[in-house]
Write a protein that binds this ligand. Structure first.
Ligand SMILES: [Zn+2]
Length: 274
């Protein structure tokens, strides 16, 4: 699933391809991914110039010369691509933006859970979707303010997009591992030092992932992600990575917190005792 680091990588590509280009046609190959009626989108897009790009959490925005924004959400399998001729069109292209320079930019999505929506502004979209501040922009003080009075476990709160937008399941596990905090620890038991550690871990995990363009096998060996099941199943030779990257003789625990698969090191992240 495209998480914040993938979406930031797509945004950078879209910025290079689309800014400041004029859209000359809006081609829809599968209307499933449209959250705004096709005619309305075509009317709003054709003839306008893309003046900028922004990202909030897992949403990417194309800013239009009319002042409106086009919000792109990549669902489970969304991606972007560029081509010039129909015969080079990437497989599973659902929508193509035709540019005045002859290039076409594809919104690719095999499973069609992605969505394209027109909004008056990014602020209006964020409000309607109840999105909190972006995870890369939120400060330690904001984290503390949002969380320090909550009795719930820290992990589901960090996944709540209204608290901070863009933290998905593996990212939260990695953040809590790097911050040495147990995922079921009540948020109101965390100290200022914990919130500083959380903030630093969010920055470390997201900037590392963006730097490596979300190619997880290139992440530092000190990251928990190498011990995740899906990683092992895709690279059988790395089964020894089931162990903690810090404590090589400790096996990583797999449990479920709030119904989500959760990986922890029992030594790095001891359970919280009330
Ligand atoms: Zn450990």
């Amino acid at each position: 699933m495209p998480e914040l680091p993938e979406v930031e990588t797509y945004r950078r590509l879209l910025d290079e391809l689309l800014v400041p280009q004029t859209l000359v046609a809006f081609e829809v190959l599968d209307a499933h991914v449209l959250a705004t009626p096709e005619d309305e989108l075509r009317h709003a897009l054709v003839g306008t110039t893309v003046t900028g790009t922004r990202r909030l959490g897992k949403n990417c925005f194309l800013e239009l010369s009319t002042g409106q924004v086009l919000a792109l959400h990549f669902g489970m399998t969304g991606d972007v691509g560029a081509y010039r001729h129909d015969h080079d069109r990437p497989r599973f292209t659902r929508v193509a933006f035709h540019l005045s320079n002859g290039l076409r930019v594809a919104f690719i999505d095999p499973r069609k859970f992605g969505r394209i929506r027109l909004a008056a502004s990014q602020e209006e979209f964020s409000k309607a979707k109840k999105l909190g501040p972006d995870a890369l922009a939120i400060t330690a003080a904001q984290l503390q303010q949002a969380l320090s009075k909550r009795k719930q476990a820290i992990k589901p709160l960090l996944l709540d997009q209204a608290i901070t937008a863009g933290l998905g399941n593996w990212i939260v596990d990695e953040v809590l591992f790097q911050a040495r905090i147990h995922p079921e620890r009540p948020a109101n038991s965390l100290s200022i030092e914990h919130f500083n550690a959380l903030y630093n871990a969010v920055q470390l995990v997201l900037t590392t992932a963006i730097e490596h363009e979300a190619v997880y096998r290139y992440f530092p060996a000190s990251f928990l992600i190498h011990a995740r099941e899906w990683d092992i199943s895709s690279t059988p030779e790395t089964t020894n990575h089931l162990n903690c990257p810090i404590h090589s003789d400790t096996i990583i625990d797999k449990t479920y917190v709030g119904g989500r698969a959760t990986y922890t090191c029992p030594v790095c992240q001891p359970p919280y005792n009330h």
